[in-house]
Write a protein that binds this ligand. Sequence first.
Ligand SMILES: Nc1ncnc2c1ncn2[C@@H]1O[C@H](COP(=O)(O)OP(=O)(O)OP(=O)(O)O)[C@@H](O)[C@H]1O
Ligand SMILES: [Mg+2]
Length: 303
Amino acid sequence: MSNAKPRTDEQHTSTNTGTTTAGETDEAVREEWTDYRFEGEAKLSVEDLDVYYGDDHALESVSMDIPEESVTALIGPSGCGKSTYLRCLNRMNDRIAAAEVDGSVTFDGDEIYQDGVNLVELRKRVGMVFQSPNPFPKSIRDNITYGPRKHGDLDSGVLAKLLGTATTEKADALVEQSLRNAALWDEVQDRLDDNALELSGGQQQRLCIARCLATDPEVILMDEPASALDPIATSRIEDLIADLAEDYTVVVVTHNMQQAQRISDQTAVFLTGGQLVEYDDTEKIFTDPESQRVEDYITGKFG
Ligand SMILES: Nc1ncnc2c1ncn2[C@@H]1O[C@H](COP(=O)(O)OP(=O)(O)OP(=O)(O)O)[C@@H](O)[C@H]1O
Ligand SMILES: [Mg+2]
């Protein structure tokens, strides 16, 4: 990374002397472990990102480029900053009063942490799916059309109301396409006016993915999207994520190592203290990691 600021010395000079309370060895982080090189463009580029919640230093000088149209997995023990990091990518941390973010995130080369960025537009282009399915208490159809209407993508002007059908057809097409892309259409096509809360958990999560797709994002951030689901629903979400990577840039937090290996192209490992310790091709991370701490983590010695 050309314009990266020098890191603090203690990150590089601490020696391999003991273990932390979490059972991790006290190993120095090496910059080359996170300097992941890939072909193609970086969709998001994160430089020297620090996040504080009051005195709690939740992310420490994280630099990481995320390649477009692929799946990037974020793994690491509870509390290491994965959700915090994910929320930095569409400035969702702005909503948390205690959070202070310092550093740079560029999206297609444009800095998102600068004055004048339209946050509604940013979050439309960088959409998010949360751990617990959170559909609106509205019909399945309205869950899909809500975002596009809010953004003005489904014309709701007087003329459109007078003409009527044009907007309805456009909305119907959007509903069908979004549900198809989220692998839910076949299950719900006859009940589009039913309340979304009547769906199963796995269906609700696919509806949330459909709702995210309906606003035509470029990046989809997912925070443990399958952790509340049974194995069959999980497997459907995993298949869906793999399909989505053909058209979207997907960044997904997971606690499930097998899942990270199944669905992702590259994996970033965060460890205690909010450090990004290693970032590389998923296969390399899980078969031959450089860091002893990463090896201990993926083999279940702590976390
Ligand atoms: N809203 C908040 N206010 C204060 N501290 C927070 C807030 N959110 C997170 N933190 C703290 O920041 C650190 C990182 O939290 P974060 O939620 O990012 O971890 P995580 O890796 O996503 O954990 P998990 O795997 O349990 O979801 C933790 O110490 C946490 O207590
Ligand atoms: Mg989390």
